[in-house]
Design a protein around this ligand. Structure first.
Ligand SMILES: [Zn+2]
Length: 362
């Protein structure tokens, strides 16, 4: 019996030891989970719907801007809105994931130095939740201090991980630079960036991170192997997943560990050819972020609805024959079309990642 078959989890928001079991099942089973950025309940529910339909577990995450949007763009205090928006997503998932019968991991995306107070405030919320329920509110957070010298990056990661470890929370760190930008964080790809060494993590840096962080708690690594956020024209990106393997091998040999000791994360998964996804997963990637392709899927689904019924988006009743259009402009009609389009595209991603039918939830 494989580890995957032996491991079963209660459906719901998965944190702490259960999160690490889920992650181990991914690596042992040779598959990865999609991590979807959500900005509202439509995509959030569509993600849970897809997970239930495909019998796949899933990672739900928010960027800082997505969290703010979830709370509402009109709130004047951006920091407070980012904290409350992310908290609201987490509470929604804690309440509903078990009803969908899925395991959902709760995570926040890129936080640079300016956004560290956002992460600290969310850890405060997890501490309150932990004191009340024995579970943190979030499974993990990300710090992206990859633009800073590595020792500064790791020092702050160590401080934050020390806060989270007592609750069994995990920290995702970034080493090297993911091309493109995510909510204003990152590096817009320019001319001559193809083959830029900064887009490729050095295995020595990964080893250094392992040495500093593994004694403190659980961490995952977003290592760069030429991946970029967003979808670019072919030729702008040269993916070298072998960098992931080299990092795994260096840590394994140095510390005499079992193969694939690191839990790796793939940022900028949108638009990646299937063969390269499979290769990255085979090197110990358990999480692939997918945002851009699902943003497009949602827009595409809504657009089809608008194209099919253009008058309903301009008139409450038909100007010629007075036919009422209420059923067509009801947001449930066209938002649902966006949701269903997300379900179809996310199911495809789960197929690519090999997570279909692998849910640990019983
Ligand atoms: Zn990213």
């Amino acid at each position: 019996m494989s580890v995957h078959e032996a491991t079963r989890l209660k459906p719901g928001a998965v944190t702490g030891k259960e999160y690490r079991l889920l992650l181990k099942a991914c690596k042992d089973g040779g598959y990865a989970l999609p991590a979807v950025n959500v900005v509202g309940t439509n995509v959030l529910n569509a993600v849970m719907e897809t997970a239930a339909k495909a019998k796949s577990d899933v990672i739900i995450q928010m960027s800082n801007g997505g969290a703010r949007f979830f709370a509402g763009e009109a709130l004047p205090d951006a920091h407070m809105a980012r904290v409350l928006g992310a908290t609201s997503v987490a509470q929604h998932v804690h309440l509903l994931a078990k009803e969908y019968g899925i395991c959902a991991v709760l995570h926040t995306d890129h936080a640079n130095r300016k956004l560290v107070p956002w992460v600290d405030a969310l850890i405060d919320r997890s501490e309150e939740h932990f004191a009340r329920t024995g579970k943190p509110l979030f499974s993990s957070h990300m710090l992206d201090l990859s633009s800073e010298p590595i020792e500064d990056n790791l020092k702050e990661c160590a401080r934050v991980l020390k806060r989270m470890a007592p609750m069994g929370m995990s920290l995702e760190i970034e080493l090297g630079v993911t091309g493109g930008e995510e909510d204003g964080i990152g590096h817009e790809l320019g001319e001559g960036d193809v083959g830029n060494p900064k887009l490729y993590t050095q295995p020595e840096d990964v080893l250094r991170a392992y040495d500093v962080l593994s004694p403190l708690g659980h961490f995952t690594v977003a290592a760069s192997f030429g991946n970029v956020h967003g979808v670019y024209a072919p030729g702008n990106v040269k993916l070298r997943p072998v960098i992931l393997k080299n990092s795994q091998d260096l840590v394994m040999k140095t510390h005499k560990l079992n193969p694939k000791p690191l839990d790796l994360v793939f940022h900028g998964g949108s638009g990646t050819p299937n063969a390269l996804i499979r290769e990255a997963v085979s090197y110990g990637v358990f999480k692939m972020n997918i945002d851009t392709d699902l943003q497009f899927a949602f827009a595409h689904g809504v657009a089809a609805e608008v194209d099919a019924n253009p008058k309903a988006f301009k008139h409450q009743v038909d100007p010629v024959d007075q036919k009422p259009y209420k059923k067509l402009y009801d947001p449930r009609k066209w938002l649902r079309a966006g949701e269903l389009s997300v379900v179809a595209r996310l199911e495809e991603a789960m197929n690519d990642l090999g997570s279909v039918g692998k849910s640990l939830a019983v």
